[in-house]
Design a protein around this ligand. Sequence first.
Ligand SMILES: *Cc1c(COP(=O)(O)O)cnc(C)c1O
Length: 366
Amino acid sequence: MIPFLDLKTQYQSIKEEVDPAVIQIMESTQFVLGAEVKAFEEEFAAYTGADFGVAVNSGTSALHLALLAAGVGPGDEVITVPFTFVATAAAICYIGAKPVFVDVDDQSYTMDVTQIEAAITDKTKAILPVHIYGQAADMDPIMEIAKKHGLIVVEDAAQAHGAHYKGRPIGSIGDLGCFSFYPGKNLGAYGEGGIVVTNNPDYAQKIRILRDWGQERKYHHELLGYNYRMDGFQGAVLRVKLRHLEDWTEGRRANAAYYDELLTGYGIQPPPVIPERRHVYHIYAIRTKQRERLQEALQKQEIHTGIHYPIPVHLQQGYLHLGYKAGDFPCSEMVANEVLSLPMFAELTREQIEIVAKAVNDNFHD
Ligand SMILES: *Cc1c(COP(=O)(O)O)cnc(C)c1O
């Protein structure tokens, strides 16, 4: 059996570091926020090249608070993509703002920057690109358009810890960057977690207040706040894991390169490699017109795969009120129909990659 993701092997490899870190939280009883979370915020912000990091209890909360801090409000429009995990659009809706979709391009599957300007109206407040699968969106044109129109840029970096764009770490290129530490993400907590990074001290301060009941001083609630604080356990675990992240990322990249080399079957499209973007392969998705047949064949050989994501957000039941319909975003819809995510994690062995690649290729001889 080849799993899609193997968190147990990873845990065994860091058990000796992570177990004492967890026990230390029980001994200090700093169960919510506390010194470990604070240290993690500083270390993770530095890792992304940002001045500030504010840890929260999920990537969704990170997006929600980043948009609030940026001043997005009811009736405002936020330009984003439909080819993403649903949380991107949900966070915009939580505020009473409207997600305005533009399509993705068929190479990076990130925001098609040539379509942004046509989507801008006098209600547009922000652009929210998604670094999907661990591939950086095309940030230079996005920042240029935002500057020209006075818009804020919030990066959804939930899948892209450590990804680079033209040599710069993503997350700190826009005004605010949002990461998730859901266990399956490239940097995963042992529970839920997230962070917002920014170079803007006012945004950081506002998010700090919002995540903790809108209070700066205990029981003085200046704002309508939330209980979005990070657990002490997660801060302690994430500090340990952050020290390994670069090694794990290099492991994923080497595994992806080996897949690229081996996947030569007719009609299979490995993920495109784009110059000057460091892809961190949260997801290694191939494209094929015969996805269902391939997924079934792999399942028979006990090779577990996934589909990220089968239905773009504009066609999801809960989002039909936005008024979009099938055919509005042809690239997102085509990609959603064709992608298949192969097993991908740092500890995947060369032998496992060979087995998966052979199984895929065998399904595609003419
Ligand atoms: C995982 C994810 C989120 C949400 O993060 P959670 O920690 O699960 O709330 C947001 N956007 C994208 C693209 C994601 O993959």
